[in-house]
Design a protein around this ligand. Structure first.
Ligand code: HEC
Ligand code: HEC
Ligand code: HEC
Ligand code: HEC
Ligand code: HEC
Ligand code: HEC
Ligand code: HEC
Ligand code: HEC
Ligand code: HEC
Ligand code: HEC
Length: 316
């Protein structure tokens, strides 16, 4: 994995630095992503920044409200010397103007899901400023390795980035994660669909040291952070519960009650032999305590463990 990370970084650097002498006759709108990256690399090494900064760009882009919205957001502020507006302004992100202003002769760096540029090429721009230790987990994160761009989640030309708003971050995530979106709308789920809870209550969008980019070191620690009563210790443990909550639950939602992956008795019979209750009497299939709504749970109700001295069978 480390090698992959290195490779990505190297490519990011090379696309910016490497100089290609081949000239393209085709207009840049028709270039492939790779050709476009080469063209931009040439433009970078020529380094022709405009002398008027944003004013130069706004001669043409002022009428576009979406573009002007950058001045309502964090990156449009002048309050810190790290701010793009205190330096190269628009070109801090979109690269040097070069001959872009001469009849659109040359391309600019474009961002987001519509951009033809690779995620690593786009991200290297952001990482030029956002390289503090808080961003370290990003490099080995699945999002980085799967070529998700910063701007696939973040919107910069906006007063408020929807990814940073608790009421819209679930939409940001579920625009790609359609399976989880479907799950969270099922009969039983965490209150995600009402935005009372968010994906980032459990996951770190920039990656973490844990599996599935969880905020906490393990799955169970993640669950205990809200369901502390399930942490125990209990007198009589139920082994799968202490091991892994998602053996039985789907954290995103399920058609079964209690976000269970399947219902009893099937849920239990993945591990427990279907029989073994000597006294079991069946008059009519499905009508005894074994069938029907709660099935095994009619008797073994303390499924997460028992504190009763004689609760070894999780019955009390
Ligand atoms: C002379 C007019 C003109 C000037 C000046 C100008 N642009 Fe553009 N820009 C265009 C046109 C035309 C397009 C292509 C049509 C479109 O996408 O709106 C474009 C497209 C873009 C795009 C989208 C590129 C893409 O691949 O989709 C970005 C980003 C951009 N310009 C940024 C800038 C920045 C930053 C500056 C100042 C450094 C600037 N422009 C100056 C005319 C101009
Ligand atoms: C020229 C430097 C610079 C570049 C390039 C840059 N940023 Fe920023 N960014 C800043 C500064 C300064 C802040 C405000 C201080 C902070 O939160 O670190 C900021 C804040 C942010 C925030 C938090 C915003 C908020 O409202 O709290 C996000 C998200 C962000 N940047 C994403 C990006 C992304 C994505 C890119 C690449 C497309 C990018 N930045 C490129 C300098 C930059
Ligand atoms: C999968 C979506 C996603 C991607 C990809 C992503 N971010 Fe974020 N980012 C978020 C979310 C969600 C938050 C809010 C986190 C929070 O509130 O805990 C955030 C917060 C931030 C912040 C402000 C808080 C902080 O941690 O300082 C910055 C700056 C930032 N991201 C920059 C970036 C940069 C740079 C990249 C690319 C290298 C990137 N992000 C990639 C979703 C994403
Ligand atoms: C901090 C980085 C940053 C700065 C500074 C910045 N942009 Fe952008 N720009 C982006 C990102 C990221 C996008 C993708 C859409 C979004 O996030 O809002 C974008 C999108 C665009 C687009 C394409 C919009 C479209 O319709 O698809 C244009 C044109 C553009 N920017 C022009 C400018 C101009 C002009 C300025 C200066 C006034 C500027 N940008 C400053 C990062 C930046
Ligand atoms: C632009 C598309 C896109 C967006 C937006 C996006 N993701 Fe992802 N995410 C992916 C891809 C691609 C993968 C890797 C394949 C997969 O697991 O689906 C992934 C993987 C993940 C994983 C599994 C990580 C692992 O290491 O196993 C988690 C968790 C995740 N994303 C959470 C989020 C959250 C939370 C958000 C919103 C803040 C988000 N994603 C937004 C594309 C996206
Ligand atoms: C209550 C905590 C919790 C919330 C909220 C949550 N997740 Fe997860 N997510 C998990 C756990 C735990 C796993 C690991 C599941 C496993 O290993 O079977 C996971 C796994 C994932 C994966 C990887 C799936 C795979 O097949 O590898 C993705 C993608 C993901 N979550 C996306 C999301 C998105 C998007 C949201 C918001 C709609 C979200 N999650 C909300 C706990 C949560
Ligand atoms: C950020 C807090 C939070 C985290 C973390 C969390 N939960 Fe929840 N959980 C809730 C809330 C809130 C409810 C809804 C309670 C209610 O409706 O009374 C809930 C409900 C549940 C339910 C009952 C659902 C139903 O339909 O009755 C189950 C099962 C559950 N969570 C399992 C888990 C598992 C497994 C994890 C770890 C992967 C987890 N939770 C992590 C907050 C959380
Ligand atoms: C062996 C399967 C299994 C495992 C593993 C499991 N649960 Fe459950 N859980 C259930 C069943 C079955 C129910 C439904 C109980 C009922 O309907 O009476 C349930 C219900 C719940 C509920 C809602 C009712 C209540 O008791 O509060 C929460 C919350 C919950 N589980 C959290 C967790 C957490 C957290 C973990 C991990 C520590 C976990 N579960 C592990 C089987 C399991
Ligand atoms: C992932 C496997 C798994 C699942 C699913 C599971 N169990 Fe268990 N269960 C175990 C293990 C392992 C033990 C400990 C067995 C031992 O100590 O001999 C155990 C112990 C028990 C015991 C105590 C009996 C004893 O010998 O200590 C009962 C009762 C029980 N489970 C009922 C259930 C019920 C009811 C369900 C369904 C809601 C269920 N289990 C689901 C693995 C599982
Ligand atoms: C009518 C109440 C009742 C129901 C329903 C029930 N059990 Fe039991 N279970 C018991 C009793 C009583 C014992 C201890 C005496 C015995 O072995 O017959 C027991 C013992 C067990 C044991 C430990 C002994 C062994 O067999 O190794 C396990 C595991 C178990 N049950 C699992 C289940 C599962 C899985 C289900 C659902 C398919 C279930 N039980 C349904 C009452 C019940």
């Amino acid at each position: 994995m480390i090698y992959r990370v290195f490779y990505n970084l190297l490519c990011g650097v090379i696309t910016v630095l490497c100089l290609s002498l081949s000239a393209h006759a085709v207009p840049w709108q028709n270039l492939t992503g790779e050709q476009l990256e080469q063209k931009l690399a040439e433009k970078f090494s020529a380094g022709e920044y405009s002398s008027k900064g944003a004013d130069s760009c706004l001669m043409c882009h002022r009428k576009d409200e979406a573009v002007m919205a950058i001045f309502d957001g964090t990156h449009g502020m002048m309050n810190s010397k790290q701010s793009p507006m205190a330096g190269l302004q628009c070109e801090a992100c979109h690269g040097p103007q070069g001959k872009h202003n001469r009849g659109g002769k040359e391309p600019m760096i474009a961002f987001g899901t519509d951009s033809k540029l690779s995620a690593s090429a786009q991200n290297s721009v952001c990482q030029g400023c956002h390289n503090d230790p808080k961003q370290m987990a990003w490099h080995s994160s699945t999002h980085n390795l799967e070529e998700v761009a910063c701007a696939d989640c973040h919107t910069l030309h906006s007063a408020k980035d929807p990814a940073l708003d608790k009421l819209s971050v679930n939409d940001t995530c579920s625009s790609c994660h359609t399976k989880e979106k479907a799950d969270m709308n099922k009969r039983s789920s965490h209150p995600l669909k009402w935005d009372q809870m968010t994906c980032i209550d459990c996951h770190s969008p920039h990656g973490s040291m844990s599996e599935s980019a969880l905020n906490k070191p393990t799955i169970n620690d993640t669950c205990y952070s809200c369901h502390s009563e399930k942490r125990g210790p209990v007198l009589w443990e139920h082994a799968p519960v202490t091991e892994n909550c998602v053996t039985c639950h789907n954290p995103h939602g399920s058609v079964n009650e209690g976000m269970l992956k399947s219902r009893a008795p099937q849920l239990c019979q993945q591990c427990h032999a279907p029989d073994g209750h000597a006294s079991r009497v069946v008059q009519e299939p499905g009508m005894d305590a074994f069938g029907g709504g709660k099935s095994c749970l009619n008797c073994h109700s303390k499924i997460h463990g028992s504190n009763h001295p004689s609760g070894s069978l999780l019955q009390r």
